[in-house]
Design a protein around this ligand. Sequence first.
Ligand SMILES: Cc1ncc(COP(=O)(O)O)c(C=O)c1O
Length: 393
Amino acid sequence: MNLLDKLDYAAKVRKAMLPDGLAAFGMPVDKIKSATEAQVGEKEILFFGTNNYLGLTFAPECLSAAHQALDAEGTGTTGSRLANGNYHAHRSLEQEFASFYNCEHAIVFTTGYQANLGVISGLAGPDDTLIIDADSHASIYDGCKLSGANVVRYRHNDVEDLEKRLRRLGDKASNSLIIVEGIYSMLGDQANLAAMVEVKKRYNSLILVDEAHSIGVLGETGQGLVEATGVLADVDFITGTFSKSLGSIGGYCVSQHAQLEQLRYLSRPYIFTASPSPATIASTRAALTLLRNGRQLREQLWRNANQLYQHLASLNLDLGPDPGPIIAVILDHPQQALALWQGLLEKGIYVNLILPPAAPDDKALVRISVSAAHTEAQITSICQAFSDLKACF
Ligand SMILES: Cc1ncc(COP(=O)(O)O)c(C=O)c1O
């Protein structure tokens, strides 16, 4: 098969899995009306498939900061942080992240994907071992590939299996990095972090927590699972993204290890790409302030998430194990998931459709994201839509 034949084959496999459903992916949105409402063609839809957990994409403070930066500094930096693309605001945001996490060191990346790629491949090399959860996000898997390190996978969120793998490494365990996610992006469950930190201490390993879905969502001040479980001081590296609770685009890593700074000179995904635009940095700085003071937003988010999770559980749906802002409805077949996805869209509700291999265990998912910006009436609408569609599951 030549290169183009391979793509034709991949298209055929996708079509066979979902004959009528390919339009479900990358559906163009015609008009964004608010953090939770949009228009597709003439149809009004409620967004339940964004990662806009705190609903900050239209926060006046963020919009105004972005407008000012755009006027003052232009549309883009047109260069790398190591060249012309290092503005004071990039450094200020790094200092604000460091202060948020009570750490000395922070680096901002252009996306959350690049933060994982850049940190993992900057830290580990061919003589080291990366120990990752089997359900890790693609950016973690790709960071592992780029590093050239030995990669060991443990069963999803299974502390005993993690420990077994470290034990097998023997002396090499002290050259290893364990990687976990605060909230897992597919099933919405939380890492068993406190127990994993104990394991990392016993084996003299290091641990990185990706708080992409948990910053702003977990912990008194929104630091994420590190705060909710009280293990911040024992975690070596935290990565995360601006593209969810912070409502923009970009990524970060914080650490108390001074060596983090060296990644600026050897991490290819940090060096060989343009830095985030001034408007992006400005809106993220404003959003970080709102997030830190966002206890009420977090409480509203959890009220919404718990209400929806309980309703779906009462319909006997197979759900991810923990209630939270990501609620995964687990279905056996892609066609079932597509029928539910389409049924919801016809009722004006947009959620995410996730098929194998992106969904774990060969299942298919209808994945819902809840936001603090969802109103009581919007939560009632999605609950009603699921009740009406009971025949699909
Ligand atoms: C766990 C996790 N890490 C990293 C990322 C990448 O973030 P970004 O979209 O900002 O590149 C995502 C994105 O969905 C994610 O779910």
